[in-house]
Design a protein around this ligand. Sequence first.
Ligand SMILES: Nc1ncnc2c1ncn2[C@@H]1O[C@H](COP(=O)(O)OP(=O)(O)O)[C@@H](O)[C@H]1O
Ligand SMILES: [Mg+2]
Length: 406
Amino acid sequence: MRHAVFVVPFLFETSVRFLRAALRLPGVAVSLVSQDPLERFDPEIRSGLAAHWKVDNALDATQLTQAVQGLSRQIGPADRLIGVLEQLQVPLAEARENLGLPGLSSEAAECFRDKSVMKTRLREAGLPCARHCLATNTQQLQGFLEEVGFPVVVKPPAGAGAVDTFRLDSPEQVPQMLATWPPHPSRPMLIEEFIVGDEHSFDAVCIDGRCVWFSISDYTPTPLEVMSNNWIQWCVQLPRELEGRGYEPIIEAAPRALHALGMGTGFAHMEWFRRPDGSIAISEVGARPPGAQFTTLLSFAHDTDMYSAWSRLMIEDHFEPPERTHSAGAAYLRGQGQGAVKAIHGLEHAQRELGELVVDVKLPQAGQAQASGYEGEGYAILQHPHTDIVEHGLKRMIEIIRVELG
Ligand SMILES: Nc1ncnc2c1ncn2[C@@H]1O[C@H](COP(=O)(O)OP(=O)(O)O)[C@@H](O)[C@H]1O
Ligand SMILES: [Mg+2]
């Protein structure tokens, strides 16, 4: 029997969906390593686990190594050490190396984690991406600004969720940014040339570094625009057909980019831009399954369970490329105003007009705290064989539904 050790630091619903899928795999013993106590996990999960090991810090490679050693004594030698969280990928890789387990190397994991290293690698491989500079002092920042001009984007080199990510449009904005966030060796700042264009993802499945399957999605608008305008509700759509949509440049470049970054076996989530002239720039890549309900979207677009597909791939090295049967999309329901969720308007109207397209929904609940990210407080997922029907449905959904905060 295979023994897979799954790390879920905290009881996040996204991680738990992957864990549940691993527990459904026949002939696999799954152990859980978490920071949250086992009692927090629901009885169904607890009864499915072979064992549990609590750690104080799940991002510490030494603690993960000791956890796997302890679990191996209880259950038998571990075959895999896996987890889905972005912040876990480097410590997981380090622990696997300590233990001699297969998986993404720590060198590659670092490449995916640090956006500056990532962009340097991509450029070296001749792949298109924004010019960048990792500044540890003001001189470096000024030098880069003189070289590329405005606008630029500044962000933390290992950030996530567009947190602390800003667009600077003119020299007048620099002093204020420097006052609140001066670049320093202890706090380097990543500065990038601003790419004007629309934003997309390229979600890939790789086996031994070879891209064996992929999906593309369209973001409306870009996450940075959503973060900068608190009235905007974000939408993501997976069109059913990938031909005839100008995706050729990314279909050619993305597998080379994954190879250049040292991708092994697993899911990869790449974000990329397309400029008005059709040229592309690769933005960032994670060596992990995507967040923000994307795995659910992938499931609905291919009429399959991509959570299970990921578990099988990571534990048994097996993946059957599914066919695209539908378009799927998510409308992220995001409150307007300030404070907790007060009310949702337009539900009945949306139900009447769009109910037949909705396959999954998480409605913001009255009293729910305001979300800080661009995903908002809830979502509705739409599915239909026709791309334009989903596109129209998403547009209508965010027009009709209004989440009131206050
Ligand atoms: N060079 C860039 N040009 C234009 N927009 C950018 C650039 N870099 C980031 N952004 C915007 O900021 C968002 C967050 O940046 P990203 O690098 O994806 O970090 P995160 O890991 O926080 O998602 C992106 O989704 C995109 O909308
Ligand atoms: Mg991103």
